[in-house]
Design a protein around this ligand. Structure first.
Ligand SMILES: Cc1cc2nc3c(=O)[nH]c(=O)nc-3n(C[C@H](O)[C@H](O)[C@H](O)COP(=O)(O)O)c2cc1C
Length: 335
């Protein structure tokens, strides 16, 4: 169980909050709960994205178990689902069953190389349709996945994600939630290995010089704020493709399914040598995002009841270092 969990905690998750907490009952039994102190109430008011992150965790857990000769039996919401607001009820009961017949999931070999890459993507390198087909093929049958790698739709999505991300940064309350989670420099990252890491020699120096701190990052008149806005263009406008994952409705189980699917898609992307970054703002439910939310659903969900759960840009990019994680021991409770 600990071995499988040590991979699961590497799952992608919103703002790297790592909202998982595991009650370990034995070497083959555990219960996954959500740490309610780690929600994002302003940008994720119904914890839809938090649950998607827990879905990513469960998929990685199952894949890691399969590589060790175990089938992961995952019983979702064993005490029932919480409503619009998450409560203490467990997310999943986890049981590992030894299974000599189990086929190790081939996507798992990419687990340690998968990272969210926020660098600009190479605009000289297109993504082939074949690669896009391979990516969407692993999404699974409980969701519907789509993608684009050229043409007007690609440009429309670049413009839409750019607008949504700019408006999020310009929304003081939403942006403050991110600023509060920024960890500036090595000491802060090591003290709290979660949230949004602003590390590396350059940012460390700016921080030591006193020109980069949380107050300036949140101040629209500062140069640090302007750099943040410019980064939006570097990200959205260099997207060389997009992939999205839709579910029929928006129940908690569908959110988990979307997370499991996103993890598979991200591993396939990694295996193809591509980079990926979710661009989630337009999918979020807080008031400033409403126009984007309606537009993206009319574009990608055909105006049906379907919900776009994940939208991510694709491209080739310089490699990046892994984001930090809390040690497994801090995410486990033993009785
Ligand atoms: C539901 C969900 C939404 C996310 N939305 C964004 C986003 O809008 N922008 C972004 O840069 N990363 C986004 N991420 C990526 C996380 O920030 C990232 O997974 C986390 O920081 C851990 O880093 P890693 O993926 O490199 O392990 C999202 C991840 C998930 C699961």
């Amino acid at each position: 169980m600990r071995r499988a969990l040590s991979y699961a905690i590497l799952a992608p998750n919103p703002h790297n909050r790592q909202p998982w907490m595991v009650d370990l009952h034995s070497s083959t039994e555990a219960v996954l709960t959500c740490d309610l102190q780690r929600l994002l109430p302003d940008t994720d008011p119904f914890s839809r994205q938090i649950i998607i992150g827990l879905g990513c965790f469960l998929e990685l857990f199952a894949q890691a178990a399969s590589h060790n000769g175990y089938r992961a039996q995952i019983t979702l919401f064993p005490e029932g689902e919480s409503g619009a607001q998450l409560n203490e009820r467990p997310i999943a009961q986890l049981t590992l069953l030894e299974d000599s017949q189990i086929a190790p999931d081939p996507l798992f070999v990419h687990a340690l190389d998968r990272h969210t890459n926020r660098n600009p993507y190479d605009m000289e390198r297109s993504i082939t349709r074949n690669d896009l087909t391979e990516i969407t093929a692993v999404a699974g049958s409980s969701v519907s996945a789509g993608g684009v790698v050229q043409g007007k739709r690609l440009q429309d999505l670049r413009d839409l994600t750019r607008g949504a991300l700019r408006d999020e940064i310009l929304d003081p309350r939403a942006f403050q939630e991110s600023v509060d989670l920024m960890r500036i420099g090595r000491a802060e990252i090591e003290a709290n290995p979660d949230g949004i890491s602003l590390g590396g020699a350059f940012l460390e120096t700016l921080s030591l010089l006193g020109v980069l701190d949380r107050k300036q990052l949140a101040d629209p008149d500062s140069s640090a704020f302007q750099v943040g806005l410019d980064m939006v263009d570097d990200q959205a406008l260099t997207a060389m493709g997009f992939v999205w994952i839709n579910t029929r409705g928006n129940g908690r189980r569908e959110q988990i399914a979307a997370g499991r699917s996103y993890l598979r898609v991200a591993l396939r992307v990694t295996g193809l040598g591509l980079s990926m970054q979710p661009m989630s703002q337009a999918l979020q439910e807080y008031p400033a995002m409403q126009p984007y939310f309606r537009k993206i659903h009319s574009m990608l969900a055909d105006g049906s009841e379907a919900r776009v759960q994940m939208l991510a840009r694709l491209g080739y990019a310089a490699k990046i270092a892994p984001s930090p994680r809390w040690a497994l021991s801090t995410r486990i409770r033993t009785s």
